[in-house]
Design a binder for this molecule. Sequence first.
Ligand code: SF4
Length: 498
Amino acid sequence: MLCVNAVNCTRHLFVPLPNGKSAWDLLLERTQTPEFSRVQGDTPVLLLAPEGLVQEIPDTWKVETRADWTSQEFFATARRFSEALESNDTTVVFLHADAPFLSPKITLQLERLHQDYHVQYTFADGYPEGMAPEFIDRRILSALEKLAVDSPMQRNLLFETVAKDINSFDVETELAPADYRDLRLHLYCDGARNTALCSALMQAGGEESDERLLSILREQGQLIRTLPNFGAVEVSTARAQSVAYLPTYSNPSGQQFMGVTEFATLCTELVNFAPEISLALSVPGEIGLHPHPEKLVAAARDAGVARLLIETGGVGWSPGSLVDVHAVWPDLHLVVDLDALDHLTYEKLRGHGYDEAYAFAEEALKLFGNRCYIASTRSTLNEVDLDGFYSHWKNKGAEVLIRKYNHFSHRLPDLRVTDLSPLRRHPCRHLERDLSIAVDGTAYMCLEDLERSHPLGNIFQDGIGSVWNSGAVRFQEHVSGEFSTICRDCDEYYTFNF
Ligand code: SF4
């Protein structure tokens, strides 16, 4: 049987791609190809979908819809459906409805592997996500149902569920000719950003064959830069502490805070351009010193910002301010930078404010629960304190975030405890995904630009489209293997946010 997952799909499922067909049209076509027919045989198709998304469905398909799907419901539904089948075919082919590059060829290879080795779960590894389906033996669906937790259904639920008790299942893997996981691509039409990527790859000829698609990904790397996914916004240049590992940024405008009205305009521009964008406030200044943090949060919420992250040292906030922020947007994410448990180590790293910051962190944890992260930037200055720091906050039920030290292209001493950089240099993820926006609305190349000498333009004056496109030149240089100016010695190119 074919099990088609449309649970994680959006209206982008029906957006026409450059060949005039949507991902849904391509799915219907693909299930008719000899490769899929061979897999499919005369077995039925089960479509799992959110309510109201898919209207025109082939008569022979069985459809199950829910407002919200959990992993357990998925396995239970697939199990019930498979138990009612009369066929002796025990194979379930699991595929996503919005994957326009789903490969019949890889599907056939997986099927052979699955059948020849009589395994229970077969998947492909190393390909960009969306090129390969997964195969499972329907007789393990009830076991997977028991292993699954009652959490919202994610795309990778088959692998994640099997992995919980991997030794109980026979598993086979088909390896890609080369490893493409480093590109972190999701070839699904599930949002503006991924749909733009699928369109660009199709425009470049990626639908001709798997080989062509994979060669485009390596030879035309600039195509993966589509829309920004993350914006670091300096709503405040003020700092409550002098942090040892955070250098001073130049501030050409001399402005101290971004006004609430300007910030609201900025959010609207960003969301109109990149609907899935996440924002972080305030990077690198302290948002707690802004006169109206709760109004900034309300402006981001009202503009439809998908995800908001507040970064703070927890010092300088007005009494009651955090409660107001929580009341406006209880689901936002909050990072409290504390760096050390030991008082002296804390002072060495952050100066004064230990008691205030720790009290703030306790309050933040109480308000935001597991959306509050207690952070430490790991360096030779706090390495010996880190175990105690971690245990202290873990025992309080906090999420602990250990951040990487940044030497800002050797403008700060290299205090890294370990070198995490990849063996092979690749184009910078920040150029590919991020916008770094200063207090006056000017976007800069990235957060490494302390001198603010690489402006991309001002969002209020030049428009977001023009600003974003300005960053393409530097990204193209990286794709060509050129790493000039501060990029040359940078150790941040492989890190990414969200
Ligand atoms: S490589 Fe470093 S300096 Fe260059 S754009 Fe990326 S983060 Fe900035």
